[in-house]
Design a protein around this ligand. Structure first.
Ligand SMILES: *[C@@H]1O[C@H](CO)[C@@H](O)[C@H](O)[C@H]1NC(C)=O
Ligand SMILES: *[C@@H]1O[C@H](CO)[C@@H](O)[C@H](O)[C@H]1NC(C)=O
Length: 261
């Protein structure tokens, strides 16, 4: 392993072990029916998905909010299923690979406090365009890569992605871009980075977490979904408009996938 790689892993490990909620049992036990449903529709290589997961969503594991949240991740986003049944991803084949790997991780470790650190780790690498190093997340988190590799190779990962495609396409109202953040069935549109305020407002149980105190005034309400956001990844009408960079990334993913097969 090259020295710079070792150093970057150490940095990532530091970032990951700084989640107290992952290391300690959560202080409040809240029944599942009382929890606020938070679903995040995203795709692995959309920069704003990466940022949302690594700079906003991770906070609920730090501040204890995860104890009142039923968090579901949906790694599919703006991908499309072509007429021959293959999935075409907005940012090319690497994105399809990483979406599927994340779907497998969610399947293999169904508890969110088990799969979120893995998804976080991969998205943190993606954020620095180090996505080819995603397998280092197994090492960093001391996780067994075999069940995830088996899920990918057996085609189960593809089936899981088809399931996420169905759930994404069934969204009502339909998603306009990713990340698409939904709290108790209501999309937050462009106010999504404020999701903690919406969770606190939606929570009807006792033991309101400390993190909620004094937040309600922060809700400004979602704005319409016109194409005014520069940082999100909009759903495309046509999957054919790909940049040369995406094509380059795709050909690299092809060689990785053929090594795996
Ligand atoms: C990505 O790679 C660069 C160059 O090797 C490194 O400096 C950076 O820390 C890496 N990022 C992560 C999150 O590992
Ligand atoms: C399926 O369709 C996609 C997009 O139309 C194309 O790129 C791909 O080569 C096709 N795959 C097969 C196995 O025919």
């Amino acid at each position: 392993m090259e020295p710079h790689r070792r150093r970057s892993n150490a940095v990532l490990l530091l970032l990951i072990v700084s989640f107290p909620a992952i290391l300690l049992p959560s202080p409040v036990a809240v029944a599942k029916e009382e929890k606020v449903e938070l679903t995040v529709y995203y795709e692995a290589l959309c920069p704003s998905s990466e940022d949302f997961i690594t700079e906003y969503l991770n906070k609920i594991f730090d501040n204890g909010l995860i104890s009142i949240v039923d968090l579901k991740l949906s790694p599919y986003g703006n991908a499309q299923i072509s007429s021959n049944g293959t999935i075409v991803c907005q940012h090319g084949k690497w994105e399809c690979l990483l979406n599927t790997i994340e779907a497998c991780a969610i399947h293999v470790w169904p508890d969110v406090s088990d799969h979120f650190p893995f998804v976080y780790c991969v998205e943190r690498l993606n954020q620095d365009e180090n996505y080819t190093e995603w397998e280092t997340c197994f090492e960093i988190l001391n996780l067994d890569s075999k069940p995830v590799a088996d899920c990918y190779r057996s085609g189960l990962g593809h089936k899981l992605e088809i399931g996420y495609a169905d759930e994404t396409m069934a969204l009502e109202p339909p998603h306009v871009y990713v990340p698409w953040v939904v709290v108790d069935g209501q999309p937050l549109y462009d106010d999504y980075t404020n999701f903690i305020s919406y969770i606190c407002k939606a929570y009807k149980g006792s033991n309101l977490p400390q993190a909620c105190l004094g937040l309600s005034h922060l809700i400004r309400g979602p704005r319409n979904a016109e194409k005014h956001l520069s940082h999100v990844c909009y759903k495309e009408d046509d999957v054919k408009s790909k940049s040369t960079l995406t094509e380059f990334i795709s050909s690299m993913a092809d060689s990785w996938i053929s090594l795996l097969a």
